[in-house]
Ligand binder design. Structure first.
Ligand code: ATP
Ligand code: MG
Length: 775
């Protein structure tokens, strides 16, 4: 029997390639193989930065370019919306034309939502269903727990939502959950609560994130003809980051990745890296990628070994760390990149100082000509972001948070979206309840209660219950008139939504509802910002053709759009950074408890630790030219100060590829001369013996704790290093100084080498000492 590649070679493409396939030029031999082996299953299993995503993108370009399939006949799954956008752009570049119709290129959720809208009625939804976010989901769980008369303190909404999520991650509907699994929660009522929750969703005409796939599974199983339609449609299936698929996603892919006759196999190509599986806590199963060859017999396995992303030191550091994990396939990686700098490790006093030192570094790099968007700060936990955000703000450095507290999670965004969701789907009671009295319309809690009762009695939604109450004259006075007015407006908006573009519609709704006016009148200090956000929301809506398209987008975006990314530092969690790369990467907070996360090690033992280590591997391998790791001696975690130990991952870095950052002379000793197993307090002594001069909260605390005789100690790490702010200030308060750009001024505050200067003409500015001369 001929091998798959022979069979593939023997089978000519449906139409001959148009023009030359110049896009193949930039690829190495195994990558080309991955592109050209279009028929049959293919697995590309390779380490970070080896060009998996690039090969996958080229493969898609090739399929379209040679006419093997039309753009809408390819199912291509990426891990983030950002990755999907980039892939679309890249394909355009590769084939030299804008490619229209790549409708099925997106995240699991985005594609799942599309499919669900087409067949919503199979699972008792209407195509206009709302996608609930986590907040709404928890609110709904709360209602379900209340309705069951359970003690909410004992059985929390969050707990229930978590259980439901984990079942959905495994593709389980309420009647499929194994009984024993539910025993621990609410005296065995968990499955009934799950069923009640699903029933509520149907009543609301809504789906949560997990449903987007689980409903797909139900549809495919219930209606094989629908599944068959997709088998005919999707000639090729491509999946990036396959190591992080959960069971539901896996089942979904297995159902879809069949040929037109429904035979398992099909032209499916998945790529991934077992060392980068970092979503175990969300139900991802690395086993999915490891058993691909079993699931798709005859699969061609392609390994890539050349890393094109990082310098040798970065690659060596990452490889050394991940080598400590057991239970991995193990891969060799090499790079032909220039030597470049070593991985930098730096110890600092506390989180504030860490943010300051990194911000200074960023400014210094910028001065050297590096664009801000070439730099990223990747944190383990989102609380770490705050100190960076504050520092960036004071230093005037534009930054972009990915995946963090998002634009669409802000109060005003949520309110505005609730209006729009209600326009689209009048059955969306959660949205209704959110905005019926916002701004105040004299429709108080009591009126809402009456409405709720009527809705329940009539088994209908709140909007229809409102109409009913107006007819029966059960609403009185202000509540009655405002209900009438509100429903009239809603009808008008719904009608307008058929003809008006979504941006105009959003503006109309926000104006006519009085919502914009509400913030205009507000004395809240944040009101101006909120009004700007509302404008931004209208702008965002204008980019879509339909209200539905916009609302779906909002439900699915896991990050703010990167349009304005030029000239902004990236700030995100390590999880959000998967698949991305940056010339310069900062990795702060490498301390025991924080990273590896104490919780995940406590809960999952060695597996938890190994997942944390994979996260470290992902972090280091995001860097192309420079990777700077830091740890603090003191960390405020949930409001409590803790002294911290450097992360064990720091000790796992190979010495020859690591440079210990030290501003020589700062402490009177170079870090290299520090004895191993130094105590952090020694650094403080050294520091003070050179005269001190820092005036940051961290150092103030340091001095204070020393005078109490209880310096927070750090022991046990050979790689403990000294560092702090680059250079102390040569200036003093009240001194007259000169700055190239801002002219002369008077020093107001000194913070390390950063000064606040009141310039005679330019006003108060923060500047770096080295840019100043005495006037
Ligand atoms: P990750 O595991 O982090 O997702 P990956 O394997 O998907 O990484 P890519 O992001 O595709 O790797 O590629 C890493 C970098 O190497 C990119 O900048 C890409 O453009 C570049 N690259 C990939 N293949 C080649 C090649 N054959 N020649 C030159 N550069 C390449
Ligand atoms: Mg990739």
């Amino acid at each position: 029997m001929p091998s798959l590649s022979e069979r593939a070679a023997a089978k000519p493409p449906a139409t001959p390639p148009r023009g030359d396939a110049h896009y193949l030029d930039g690829l190495n031999a195994p990558q080309r193989d991955a592109v050209l082996t279009t028929e049959g299953p293919v697995l590309m299993l390779a380490g970070a930065g080896t060009g998996k995503t690039r090969a996958l993108t080229t493969r898609l370009a090739h399929i379209i370019h040679t006419g093997l399939a039309q753009p809408w006949q390819v199912l291509c799954v990426t891990f983030t919306n950002k990755a999907a956008r980039e892939m679309k752009e890249r394909i355009g570049e590769l084939v030299g034309e804008t490619v229209e119709g790549m409708r099925w290129l997106g995240t699991f959720h985005a594609i799942g939502a599309q499919i669900l809208r087409r067949h919503a009625e199979v699972v008792d939804l209407k195509p206009s269903f709302t996608i609930l976010d986590t907040d709404d989901q928890i609110r709904l769980c709360k209602q379900v727990i209340e309705a069951a008369g359970l003690d909410e303190k004992r059985w929390t909404a969050r707990g229930l939502a978590g259980m439901i999520d984990s079942w959905k991650n495994r593709g389980l509907t309420p009647d499929e959950v194994p009984g024993p699994e539910a025993h621990d929660f609410a005296d065995g009522k968990a499955i009934a609560l799950y069923a009640a929750y699903q029933a509520r969703l149907v009543a609301l005409n809504a789906a949560d994130f997990g449903d987007l796939l689980v409903h797909n599974l139900t549809i495919f199983r219930k209606q094989p003809d629908i599944l068959a339609e997709y088998h005919r449609r999707f000639r090729y299936v491509l999946v990036d980051e396959y190591q992080d698929t959960n069971v539901a996603q896996y089942l979904w892919l297995r159902l879809l990745a069949r040929d037109e006759t429904g035979r398992s196999g099909g032209n499916v190509c998945v790529v991934g890296d077992d060392d980068q599986s970092i979503y175990g806590w969300r139900g991802a199963e690395v086993a999915n990628i490891l058993r691909f060859e079993k699931d798709f017999p005859g699969a061609k396995v392609i390994r890539l070994e050349q890393n094109y992303r990082s310098t040798p030191a970065i690659l060596a550091a990452a490889s050394a760390v991940i080598a400590n994990n057991e239970g991995r396939l193990g891969k060799t990686l090499f790079t032909e990149a220039d030597e470049g700098g070593k991985v930098v490790i730096r110890g600092v006093w506390d989180g504030d100082e860490e943010a300051r030192v990194i911000t200074d570094d960023i400014e210094a790099e910028q001065t050297k000509g590096r664009s801000l968007s070439e730099m990223a700060v990747l944190v383990r936990a989102s609380f770490q972001m705050r100190s960076f955000e504050e520092r960036f703000n004071t230093a005037g450095i534009p930054y972009q948070v990915v995946g963090g507290p998002r634009f669409y999670e802000r109060e005003e965004s949520r309110d505005a979206l609730a209006y729009l969701r209600l326009v689209r789907n009048p059955g969306d009671d959660l949205s209704f309840a959110r905005i019926i009295n916002k701004p105040r319309r004299g429709f108080g809690d009591k009126a809402l209660q009456t409405l709720n009762i009527a809705a329940r009695a009539n088994r209908t939604n709140l909007v229809d219950a409102g109409r009913f109450l107006l007819e029966t004259h059960e609403l009185k006075g202000k509540a009655k008139s405002s209900m009438r007015e509100f429903l009239d407006s809603l009808d008008r908006w719904a009608e307008a939504s058929g003809s008006k573009p979504p941006g105009d519609l959003a503006e109309m709704v926000l104006e006519e509802s009085g919502y914009t006016e509400f913030w205009k009148q507000s004395k809240n200090a944040q009101a101006p910002g909120k009004l700007e956000n509302l404008k931004e929301l209208v702008n965002a809506a204008s980019e879509f053709d339909t209200l539905g398209g916009y609302l779906d987008h909002v439900s699915l975006v896991s990050e703010r759009s990167s349009e304005s990314a030029e000239g902004q530092v990236w700030l995100m969690t390590l999880h959000a950074a998967k698949g991305l790369e940056f010339p310069l990467v900062f990795l702060p907070g490498w301390e025991e408890e924080l990273f590896p996360s104490g919780r995940s090690v406590d809960e999952k033992g060695k597996d938890g630790l190994e997942e944390e280590r994979r996260l470290a591997y992902v972090g280091i391998t995001r860097a192309r030219e420079s990777c700077r790791i830091s740890f603090a001696a003191n960390r405020q975690v949930y409001g409590r100060w803790q002294s911290a130990l450097p992360s064990r991952f720091i000790d796992e870095l190979p010495e020859e590829h690591v440079e210990i950052a030290s501003e020589a002379g700062l402490y009177g000793v170079a870090a290299k001369e520090l004895p191993s197993h130094s105590r952090f307090e020694d650094l403080v002594v050294e520091r003070d013996s050179t005269g001190g001069g820092y005036d940051t909260p961290g150092w103030r605390r340091a001095r204070k704790s020393r005078s109490y005789g209880k310096p927070p100690a750090i022991e046990g790490s050979a790689t403990l290093v000294a560092s702090s702010a680059p250079g102390q200030s040569d200036f003093e308060r009240g001194q007259r100084v000169f700055h190239q750009k801002f002219g002369t001024g008077t020093v107001q505050r000194i913070d390390g080498n950063k000064l606040e200067v009141e310039f005679d003409h330019a006003g108060l500015k923060k500047v770096i000492g080295s840019f100043l001369t005495a006037a």
